[in-house]
Unconditional design. Structure first.
Length: 380
């Protein structure tokens, strides 16, 4: 093989068309639907049980096969099967073909921007666009030499493993944060920890720009936070947008100050963070803004409280219990908050923030790994 060889996707991958009429009799226990695949992840973390749900699926997959979501491919759902089972007809089952590829590399090529782009372009149907394997088969793939393939695969597998453990760290840390805060509050006497409405312990509770914010966007200007910038306990500067200075001046109500608590209202409502000192001048789009009365409540404590089940439960109730509904100013003003003395708040906030800092650092490293992963996959 030369230093680089151009092949078609159909030269390195085939569609598997195994079926079953009686999956349980044929020894299959689990099934996979599109809802079980996570966007951008090769790992399958959920599945259904055939005996319990009795799905109508007939398509069979085996351990090691790649499950590719052909419906709405812009969602980028594809994963490696770690067990035998059956799957939805909206999933294409794939396996490697020929001797061009290092074993294990195909899954990473499938999860490349190049393939998702052609999958989206070749989709048909207005409500639920779907692609077909034959539409992908002619896509040209640039293959490095075998040694380079091994090196790339080794890096990609290490990135995948690190991301998996990083996600586990994030999930575990949230549980620890919640336990620390709830345990600390439960140990306080009720007279030392009164319950107040949020509106009574804050100077301002309002919402960011909601009326045609995109008309204010520009390449360089005032940073404007959106929901995706508000992580649990910290602000992410990834995918930041900017608004014009004129737009910033016109929307003074949504000006942010260091120490403000910002809360997501749509998508994952109730996710909260504190504006850091580094964002001295900024604005925001369609997120809730809370400016605490610093003589009553500390921003870091309030942020931890809203993120905990004590706050998040009220958020979900106010948003109708559905993650995609809005959580609005009225509901936030009525949120009930345990308000111990400032020294106790500081102690609780410091404990929670020590964990948040670890997760924040882990997420920053994950973003760097993602950038490296994208760069490597562009080689194909």
């Amino acid at each position: 093989m030369s230093e680089k060889q151009t092949v078609k996707f159909g030269d390195i991958c085939r569609e598997v068309k195994l079926t079953t009429k009686d999956p349980i009799a044929d020894g299959y226990e689990r099934y996979i639907g599109l809802e079980h695949l996570d966007s951008g992840s090769l790992k399958i973390k959920r599945w259904g049980m055939i005996a319990e749900d009795n799905p109508s699926f007939t398509r069979v997959f085996k351990k090691g096969h790649i499950l590719f979501g052909k419906r709405r491919p812009y969602l980028k759902k594809a994963a490696i099967a770690e067990f035998d089972g059956i799957c939805s007809g909206d999933i294409i089952v794939m396996e490697p073909k020929g001797s061009f590829l290092e074993e294990g590399l195909l899954a990473h090529i499938v999860q490349s921007e190049k393939l998702w782009e052609i999958a989206s372009k070749t989709s048909s149907g207005s409500l639920s666009p779907r692609t077909k394997f034959k539409s992908l088969a002619d896509l040209e793939i640039n293959l490095p030499n075998p040694e380079e393939q091994k090196s790339i695969l080794d890096i990609l597998e290490k990135i995948e493993s690190a991301n998996y453990y990083s996600e586990g760290l994030s999930n575990t840390s949230e549980s620890v944060e919640d336990l620390l805060l709830i345990d600390a509050i439960n140990k306080l006497e009720s007279k030392d920890c009164p319950i107040e409405k949020l509106a009574d312990v804050c100077e301002v509770i309002t919402v960011g720009i909601v009326n045609k914010p995109a008309e204010l966007y520009c390449d360089h200007g005032i940073p404007a936070l959106r929901s995706q910038n508000v992580k649990r306990g910290y602000i992410s500067l990834e995918n930041m947008v900017y608004i014009t200075h004129e737009g910033h001046s016109k929307h003074k109500k949504s000006h942010l100050k260091p120490g403000d608590v910002v809360v997501v209202r749509t998508g994952y409502p109730g996710t909260a963070s504190v504006i850091p000192e580094s964002l001295e001048v900024s604005n925001c789009v369609d997120i809730l803004i809370v400016r605490p009365d610093l003589e009553r409540v500390l921003p870091e404590y309030l942020c931890a409280y809203i993120n905990s089940p004590l706050g998040k439960g009220q958020v979900l109730e106010g948003a109708g219990g559905l993650a995609q509904q809005h959580f609005n100013v009225k509901e936030l003003k009525g949120m009930l908050v345990h308000v111990p003395d400032l020294v106790t708040q500081q102690r609780i906030a410091e404990c929670v923030n020590s964990i948040v800092e670890v997760v924040s650092s882990s997420d920053i490293n994950s973003a760097r790994r993602k950038s490296l992963e994208t760069s490597l996959k562009r080689m194909f």
